[in-house]
Design a protein around this ligand. Structure first.
Ligand code: DLL
Length: 429
């Protein structure tokens, strides 16, 4: 463990620390961020709370609130106090800007070091970071955490997949980080270069930033012959580093001394119990530069009941199922792209890239799932794979869908977050 004392704190001690920090951050937000002063006043809530449960009386902060106050309206201090700026990748609209004080960077470094150590990174590792170093938080988060652990960082940065593979081989990279779909893409590129990814020295990887199902995880493990950890985070909190899974691979530990999680019903805003699935709401407990109270992440998950065998006491949440705004309604059925991904990635004959296209055919919604074959198949083989996938997708989603098996390497590729859904319905209305 990177910080055993904190990572194994008793429940009672965690809650005492949370209450102390929550009270402080609410008062700080009220006194220094005009947005929160107005918001708390109009909701009639006092920042000087008595118990953790009092947080439920506070209003939510939404992405829209952050956008309306962009780029610097949510900051608690004058700009001269900040030393770094990042912005969200803009998955669902205008990017959101965040600024870090030296203390905020310290907290980010600490939580990232905990996640990376939990995933097995040590000072003996050669740690390659194939993520763009820019306003996206990914690369810098892994860089700061890796540096704190003392690993030898190879900051290869953006794209150029062949170069990434060449450098992995040249330096003997043992650990990689990034986006899950990019790890699969790199495996394809390596093979095209005549290099079996499993024969490289890479033995461990930590991925996140997008939907990341168990089947994808298993596929990366197999193709690279490495262990794979899931890391979650969002720009609004710090970037990657809010939570990650330990070697038990059973849920992601969320660092409760820095982030306070709640799960709510996305429709009513009511708080849900442990094990009940809903939207994750996060409050920053130590972020001085840009405190965020009850942030609606739109990410769907649930909090586990019970403790983990690894000895860490910080709560675990289930891998993110998707964003509430990713949920598609097709022929009246609610589906998450992750359900489709799970089926596709389990099928050995299918390659690493896929796409969903939704169209209107007359009055009916039509979902076509395009998958790349693992290799070039003849018509008979294509037909068999197609039927197999259509049947399995129907079992999981209850939807009749059309599957198209296309040639390897023919679907669009992404170096950042993959775009898996093209919804043409709005355009055709
Ligand atoms: O994606 C931060 C990050 C970088 C996390 C690298 C992990 C690794 P944003 O661009 O602000 O920040 O996007 C945040 O990405 O609300 C989720 O919807 C999604 N997301 C992040 N991690 C995961 C994950 C970064 N492990 C948004 N599984 C979040 C599923 C994830 N979705």
């Amino acid at each position: 463990m990177f910080n055993p004392k904190i990572e194994t704190l008793s429940r009672k001690k965690i809650e005492e620390l949370q209450l102390k920090r929550l009270r402080k951050i609410l008062i700080h937000a009220y006194e220094n961020v005009p947005f929160y002063r107005e918001k708390f006043d109009s909701a009639g809530v006092e920042p000087n709370i008595k118990s953790l449960d009092d947080l439920q009386k506070f209003p939510f902060t939404t992405k829209d609130d952050l956008r309306k106050n962009a780029p610097f309206g949510m900051l608690a201090f004058p700009l001269s106090e900040y030393i770094e700026l990042h912005a969200s990748s803009g998955t669902t609209g205008e990017p959101i800007t965040v600024c870090y004080t030296p203390n905020d960077l310290e907290v980010w470094t600490e939580v990232m070091a905990r996640c990376l150590a939990m995933a097995g990174l040590t000072n003996r590792d050669i740690f390659q970071i194939p993520i763009p170093y820019g306003t996206f938080t990914g690369a810098f988060g892994f860089h700061y955490g890796g540096k704190r652990i003392g690993a030898l960082i190879v900051p290869t940065g953006k794209g150029d997949s062949e170069r990434q593979i060449r450098l992995m081989k040249y330096y003997g990279t043992t650990f990689i980080a990034g986006i899950a779909s990019y790890a699969l893409h790199l495996a394809n590129v390596a093979r095209k270069m005549g290099i079996e990814p499993a024969e490289l020295d890479v033995r461990n990887g930590i991925f996140g930033a997008e939907m990341f199902t168990k089947a994808t995880k298993e596929r990366i493990m197999k193709e690279w012959n490495m262990d794979v950890h899931d890391i979650y985070g969002l720009t609004e909190m710090c970037g990657p580093g809010v939570s990650a899974d330990c070697d038990e691979h059973d849920g992601l530990h969320l660092w409760e001394d820095h982030f306070l999680p709640e799960i709510i019903d996305p429709k009513t805003g009511e708080r849900l119990e442990k094990e009940e699935e809903g939207e994750l709401v996060l409050t920053t407990l130590t972020k001085e530069g840009m405190p965020i109270i009850r942030y609606r992440t739109r990410d769907i998950t649930f909090i586990y009941d019970g403790i983990c065998n690894c000895g860490r006491t910080h709560i675990r949440h289930a891998p993110i199922k998707g964003r509430s705004d990713d949920m598609l309604i097709i022929k009246g059925t609610n589906i998450f792209p992750s359900q489709i991904e799970e089926v596709i990635m389990k099928n050995e004959k299918v390659g690493n890239n896929w796409l969903m296209v939704i169209e209107k055919s007359g009055e009916m919604d039509m979902l076509t799932v395009k998958v790349e074959g693992k290799r070039k198949y003849n018509e008979e083989e294509i037909e068999r794979i197609r039927r197999e996938l259509e049947k399995e997708i129907k079992i999981v989603t209850t939807l009749g869908v059309k599957v198209e098996v296309v040639e390897p390497d023919s679907l669009p590729k992404y170096e950042g977050k993959a775009r898996r859904v093209i919804d043409k319905r709005k355009a055709s209305q």
